[in-house]
Design a protein around this ligand. Structure first.
Ligand code: SF4
Ligand code: SF4
Length: 186
């Protein structure tokens, strides 16, 4: 029984390490990553807890957490880690695994936001905020939340009516296509 458990732990840990390219197994639970995380108060698991649970092979719990989706990829944790673990990269890998394994996402808005964001980047080579917000609202049918902020964002030039295409838009579309082909091979 113990052997089976150890084997299972190792499988999940080594998969996360291989795909993220970072040694999650080296985490010594100093919690420096969690104390510097700006999103920690909203997360159901702290980043240090996520690293520990990956070590223990608690795949189901980790992939169903809201922490991996709320992570803003700011890399504050990665720069603070004394063991040189790229926690932000590991979180990215965990999100990919959650999608691939169709893990239950705690809040359905998270996936809808993610889809809207990626779709916008795919089309324009960068995010077109107004288009992304419209796509998100259509997906969630939540048409009225935050609309009061729109005039202020226009006034501060944070939103534009028309999209700006990145000079690398074609390359970005090709990258998305390659990623889809790679995904089919898995
Ligand atoms: S990358 Fe994610 S987990 Fe790390 S500090 Fe930023 S929000 Fe927190
Ligand atoms: S800072 Fe690094 S070693 Fe410390 S708990 Fe976070 S991941 Fe583990």
């Amino acid at each position: 029984m113990t052997q089976t458990l150890e084997w299972t732990n190792a499988v999940f840990l080594s998969e996360v390490e291989r795909r993220s390219g970072t040694p999650v197994g080296a985490c010594l639970q100093c919690h420096k990553c969690s104390t510097g995380c700006p999103v920690a108060p909203e997360m159901d698991l702290l980043s240090s807890q996520v690293m520990r649970m990956v070590q223990l092979g608690q795949e189901e719990e980790v992939l169903a957490s809201n922490a991996i989706w709320l992570c803003a990829s700011c890399e504050a944790c990665t720069t603070r880690c004394p063991m040189g673990i790229d926690i932000a990269g590991a979180m990215d890998t965990l999100r990919m695994l959650a999608v691939e394994r169709k893990a239950a996402v705690p809040d359905k808005r998270v996936k809808r936001f993610n889809d809207s964001f990626l779709q916008s980047v795919r089309w324009h080579g960068r995010v077109f905020e107004l288009g992304m917000m419209t796509a998100y609202k259509l997906r969630t049918r939540d048409f009225f939340s935050d609309v009061d902020k729109v005039p202020k964002m226009f006034a501060k030039r944070k939103l534009s009516l028309l999209p700006h295409f990145s000079a690398a838009a074609k390359k970005v579309r090709q990258a998305f296509k390659r990623a889809e082909e790679e995904e089919k091979k898995r």
